[in-house]
Structure formats: structure tokens, C-alpha cells
Design a protein around this ligand. Structure first.
Ligand code: MF3
Ligand code: CO
Length: 239
């Protein structure tokens, strides 16, 4: 999984450099796909089945009020957009999952703050991912920080265990109560993925059957890492 994670990190580092005004979201998908194959690994999301549908791309590209699972298309990124890139890798049957959200050119200061707070919320969640803690401790730490900063936490989508499949137990919500939920043990691997909005927490699913958006069309951001729980503390596999 560490190898899958390191490939994923390299792919996202390359793809983030081409995020600029004028680029099409499907150009980002094509680049991510080409790169992952060059590392002799496979994209985890291409063909992923959910609700009887197959995800048609390798990279999820979610713009502005789109929270996650946006479909790459002919859409051209514009100055002031924020764009979420979510990617998954399979290497030798093992999965890794990671996401970042980036500004496209200069963005509104409140958008920049949403990105910074969401990335920091992920880091706070990671620090809570310790042997003997619970998934509730992770969610609680993320929620308290995010809400204190004036943002909402999306509740209908959650992080997850990961290993031989993309989504395994336990669920890892980005909200909750300390000491509640599944206990974390050494050797577990989880994907922590806070999704924050500048408005309300309610979501809607777009007509394409994949793209989740904020119901009030407020700006949203998403960061994700795959984390191993070890006796020495959390180990980020996708950095
Ligand atoms: N990181 C996303 C998740 O954990 C990946 C979505 S896979 C997709 O749900 F195929 F549904 F896009
Ligand atoms: Co995930």
C-alpha cells in the first residue's frame, strides 16, 4: 500500500502543475491515467461500480460547488475556480486513495481560506488517528476545527477503511463524538477525507449520477490521505 501511495503522490504532484486557467478537466484525467500506467499500476476509479453505474474516468475532477466524484469533461478551468482532484491507485492488488483541492489562478480570499482550512482539517484528523483512539475521535477533531473556522462539514459522505478494496470498514466520518465508533488498531489503514463547504452541509447528486454538489451551491473543498495506524503513530502513505 505504501508503494501504491507513493505512485499516487507522484501522479498528483505532476497533475497539479498543469492546473491553470484554460486547461480542460479531461486533460487532467488523461494525464493522470497516462502517468499511473507508466508506474505499472492501475487507476482505481476507472470502472468503479456504484449504484449500478461504472465510473467512466481515472481522476475525479470537482469544480467549485462540486464536492466530489466530478466527471472530467470539456469544461475549461477559469481564473477564480477551485478544483478538487481525487485519485486512486491499485498496485499488486493493494489500493491507495488521495485528494487535493487547488486554486485556479488567483481566487477569492474566502476560497483560499476554505482550501487552507480543509487541508489543515485533514492534518488534524491524521494526528487523531492513533492506536486506541476511535473513528469518532478523528471526526470530532475535524468537526470542531472546521466549524470553529466558520465552515460546514459534509456529513453524507465519509472516509473509509482501504486495503484490498477501495472502500472497506470502518466508515470514517468527518464529524462525531470523542470515544465513539470503531477503535483504531495497529495495522489498520484508513482514508481520511474531510469535505467542507463555505455554506450549508446539505448535498445533492447531479443528473450525471456521480457528481455530488452542495445543495446551496456554495464553494466546497476536499483533501484526502491514506493513513496506516502504527504503534509509532499515523503514517501517511500518500504524501
Ligand atoms: N475518494 C473517493 C471515495 O473514496 C473515490 C471515489 S471513486 C469513484 O469515494 F469511482 F466513485 F469515483
Ligand atoms: Co476515499
Amino acid at each position: 500500500m505504501a508503494h501504491a501511495g507513493s505512485i499516487l503522490a507522484k501522479v498528483l504532484q505532476r497533475v497539479r502543475k498543469v492546473v491553470k486557467p484554460g486547461v480542460r478537466t479531461k486533460d487532467l484525467d488523461e494525464l493522470a491515467n497516462k502517468l499511473v500506467l507508466s508506474y505499472k499500476a492501475r487507476p482505481a476509479f476507472l470502472g468503479y461500480v456504484s449504484g449500478g453505474r461504472r465510473y467512466p474516468a481515472s481522476l475525479c475532477v470537482s469544480v467549485n460547488e462540486e464536492i466530489v466524484h466530478g466527471l472530467p469533461s470539456d469544461r475549461v478551468l477559469a481564473v477564480g475556480d477551485v478544483v478538487g482532484l481525487d485519485f486512486g491507485v491499485i498496485y499488486d492488488g493493494w489500493y491507495a486513495d488521495s485528494a487535493i483541492t487547488l486554486p485556479v489562478g488567483p481566487v477569492h480570499p474566502q476560497a483560499a481560506r476554505l482550501l487552507a482550512v480543509t487541508e489543515r482539517a485533514l492534518q488534524i484528523g491524521i494526528e487523531a488517528a492513533r492506536v486506541g483512539s476511535t473513528v469518532g475521535d478523528i471526526g470530532h477533531a475535524i468537526q470542531v476545527y472546521a466549524e470553529h473556522q466558520g465552515f460546514s462539514v459534509v456529513r453524507d459522505l465519509v472516509g473509509h477503511g482501504i486495503g484490498r478494496a477501495l472502500h472497506e470498514d470502518p466508515q470514517v466520518p468527518n464529524f462525531g463524538n470523542a470515544n465513539e465508533g470503531a477503535k483504531l488498531q495497529a495495522g489498520m489503514v484508513i482514508a481520511i477525507e474531510p469535505m467542507l463547504s463555505a455554506g450549508g452541509k446539505a448535498i445533492t447528486l447531479a443528473d450525471d449520477g456521480w457528481t455530488y454538489k452542495t445543495a446551496d451551491e456554495s464553494l466546497s473543498a476536499h483533501f484526502e490521505h491514506t493513513i496506516a495506524i502504527t504503534k509509532k503513530g499515523p503514517k501517511v502513505l500518500t504524501r
